[in-house]
Design a protein around this ligand. Structure first.
Ligand code: GLN
Length: 384
């Protein structure tokens, strides 16, 4: 018998909607990937390395030059202090980093707290490791994390809390008050907090991003995860990292050595170059995304979507009850087929007790595509 954790899973919603979008020639505001590749200089450095070599296994924990660049990035932006020698681990993308961190922190019978809506890979990977997932549900429009909700799921068996901020799909950036709540709840316990911070730079309206690891007393219990794909609009590169105290990172490193062992040396060098020389690209990207968010939310509001606040990430969520009686999934499939715009139903990010009247729009595209999508939706809803 195959493992039911995986055999019972549908194909990922992102893949499903992208395949349908291609079939119906729809604009893909579903799967979150930019339509323009990031800086040429990263690609040139990587290409040169591919040609010149060597192309053999780099060290399992990553090339030193990239580990140094990741440590310097954390120090420069947030004053975080990690030793590149053994407190930085390079992984094949943020998703591998999350899986490695989950496997390293929680085994059979241990409990892991997750915050729904949750990214689709989190739950199955924790369950495949034998852990039990305890979910807290956040609700629209504020998607706020409360002390009461957190305390209600913590037990003596809780080994880890997995938190994503800026949050996909809610577009939330957890506030200082919410991070303080989390800090209060875990202080005095042995709980480790795994922070998926892959959208750390994509934060809007002049907000400062505060990593949980930078709060008093938290460095020692936080595994902080980052991703070059999101920082440099190179999502297909799958280069990510984990930083944290050496006692925890060393265990994630053991999981990583058997998950992927290592990551393409050419791509690692490209990313090291980017973190050192191309952070202006990321700041400009954030400004472009903020503009897209504004164009999209204004257009959607006019159409009757109930647009929710969006503080960061690639994503905007909106309620659909003024437009349809359908559930989110059916609505999304209809829009792909009939309006030529692909979205993601929010119910895919919940296990149970699901709000099923919300959709997610990815706005990490050129502005003209956002405008074209709005035109298509306008034309479609004018007819129906
Ligand atoms: N992170 C992307 C999203 O949320 C999806 C990546 C994937 O398809 N695995 O849209």
């Amino acid at each position: 018998m195959p493992n039911p954790v995986f055999s019972s899973l549908p194909t990922s919603i992102f893949q499903h909607m992208t395949v349908l979008a291609l079939k119906h020639d729809a604009i893909n505001l579903g799967q979150g990937f930019p339509d323009q590749d990031g800086p040429i200089s990263l690609r040139e450095v990587a290409a040169r390395q591919l040609i010149d070599g060597p192309n053999q296994y780099p060290p399992s924990k990553g090339l030193l030059v990239l580990r140094q660049a990741v440590a310097a990035h954390g120090a420069k932006f947030y004053g975080l202090d990690y030793d590149p020698e053994d407190e930085v681990l390079i992984t094949s993308g943020g998703t591998e980093a999350i899986t490695g961190a989950l496997m390293a922190m929680a085994g059979v019978g241990d409990e892991v707290v997750m915050i729904e809506p949750t990214y689709d890979s989190y739950r199955p990977m924790a369950e495949a490791a034998g852990a039990v997932v305890k979910a807290i549900q956040l609700g629209p429009p504020h998607w706020r994390l409360t002390e009461q909700a957190l305390r209600a799921v913590i037990t003596p068996k809780t080994k880890a809390i997995l938190i994503n901020s800026p949050h996909n799909p809610a577009g939330r950036v957890f506030s200082r008050e919410e991070l303080d709540v989390l800090t209060r709840v875990v202080t005095g316990t042995n709980i480790v907090v795994i922070c998926d911070e892959v959208y750390e730079h994509l934060v809007f309206d002049g907000r400062a991003y505060i990593p949980l690891a930078s709060l008093q007393g938290m460095r020692e219990r936080v595994l902080r995860i980052g991703s070059a794909g999101k920082i440099f609009s190179l999502t297909g590169w799958k280069v990510g990292w984990v930083t944290g105290p050496r006692e925890l990172v060393s265990v994630v490193t053991k999981a990583h050595q058997f998950l992927t062992f290592t990551t393409s040396p050419a791509l690692q060098l490209g990313v090291a170059h980017g973190l050192t020389h191309e952070m202006d690209f990321t700041l400009a990207l954030t400004a472009r995304l903020q503009k897209n968010r504004d164009v999209l939310s204004a257009g959607l509001s006019k159409l009757g979507f109930e647009v929710q606040p969006c503080e960061g990430t690639y994503f905007l969520t909106a309620g659909i009850t003024k437009l349809t009686n359908e559930k989110d999934f059916a609505f999304c499939e209809r829009l792909i087929r009939e309006a030529g715009v692909a979205l993601i139903p929010l119910s895919s990010f919940f296990q149970s007790g699901t709000p099923d009247t919300f959709v997610r729009f990815a706005f990490c595209k050129q502005q003209y595509l956002i405008e074209q999508s709005l035109d298509r939706l306008n034309t479609y809803f004018a007819k129906t």
